[in-house]
Design a protein around this ligand. Structure first.
Ligand code: SAM
Length: 213
C-alpha cells in the first residue's frame, strides 16, 4: 500500500472507528504525511497503531492518542495554541492545519531542529518554535485559548493554568512516570473543572514544574 492509502486506512480503522468524530480533525490528520516525521529506517511502520521511537529516548505518539487529545481540545480556527513537547513535529502539523497560530516548545534542541526543518519544508507558516522548559509555559505575558501537553506530569503545572485564558481548554497526561490519565481542564471565570478521559502512557515531562531529570 502507498503511504496515502495507509493514512486513509489509519484514519478509518484506528481513529474514526474508535469514536473520533470531528470532521475538521479527521481531515487535518489525512492531510499530514506522518511518515515524514519518523526516522527513515522505520517509515514503513509510520501508520501502525503504536508510538514509535524518534531518537533521544523520545517517541512520536500513537495516532489514536494524538486524535483523542486534539478532539478533547476542540480546536477552532481562531485558536491560539500552546503545545508542550514538539517531539517529531507531527502533532504540531495537525494543529497548524486547524488553527491560526501555534506556539510549540521542546526541551531537546536536536528534536526541535529536526521538527523545524520538516515543518518548514511542508510550508507551515503559522508556527512559532521555542527550545526550553515548557512546564513554565511560553511567557508569563502570553495567554492561550488552548494548551496541549504531550508528556506526562505528576501534576498540572501552575504556569500553564495561568497562561490559559478564561474559556480555554488544556489537555495533559497526569500520573506517575509509567501510567497516567488523560486530563481535560476547562477554565472559566469561576475557576477550573477537571475531567478524566482514560488511561495513557507518555514519556515524562521534565522540568521545574514537572519531573526532575
Ligand atoms: N507530540 C509529539 C510528536 O508528534 O512527535 C511527541 C511528543 S513526545 C511523546 C514528548 C516530548 O516532550 C519529547 O520530545 C520530550 O523531549 C518533550 N518534553 C519533555 N519535557 C519537556 C519540557 N519540560 N518542555 C518541553 N518539552 C518537553
Amino acid at each position: 500500500m502507498r503511504f496515502t492509502e495507509q493514512r486513509e486506512w489509519m484514519v478509518k480503522a484506528q481513529i474514526k472507528e474508535r469514536g473520533i468524530t470531528s470532521e475538521s480533525l479527521l481531515q487535518a490528520i489525512l492531510n499530514v504525511p506522518r511518515h515524514l516525521f519518523v526516522p527513515e529506517d522505520i517509515r514503513h511502520l509510520a501508520y501502525i497503531d503504536r508510538p514509535l521511537s524518534i531518537g533521544e529516548g523520545q517517541t512520536i505518539s500513537q495516532p489514536y492518542i494524538v486524535a483523542l487529545m486534539l478532539e478533547l481540545l476542540d480546536l477552532q480556527p481562531g485558536d491560539k495554541v500552546l503545545e508542550i513537547g514538539t517531539g517529531s513535529g507531527y502533532q504540531t502539523a495537525i494543529i497548524a492545519e486547524m488553527v491560526t497560530e501555534v506556539f510549540t516548545m521542546e526541551r531537546i534542541p536536536a528534536l526541535m531542529r529536526g521538527a523545524e526543518v520538516i515543518l518548514k519544508k511542508l510550508e507551515y507558516d503559522n508556527i512559532r518554535f521555542k527550545i526550553g522548559d515548557g512546564t513554565r509555559g511560553w511567557d508569563e505575558q502570553e495567554q492561550f485559548s488552548k494548551i496541549i501537553v504531550s508528556a506526562a506530569s505528576p501534576e498540572v503545572p501552575n504556569s500553564l493554568i495561568r497562561q490559559l485564558s478564561a474559556g480555554g481548554r488544556l489537555v495533559i497526561p497526569i500520573g506517575n512516570r509509567f501510567m497516567q490519565d488523560l486530563i481535560l481542564i476547562e477554565k472559566s471565570i469561576d475557576g477550573i473543572r477537571m475531567t478524566n478521559h482514560g488511561g495513557c502512557a507518555f514519556v515524562p515531562l521534565i522540568g521545574t514544574e514537572g519531573w526532575q531529570e
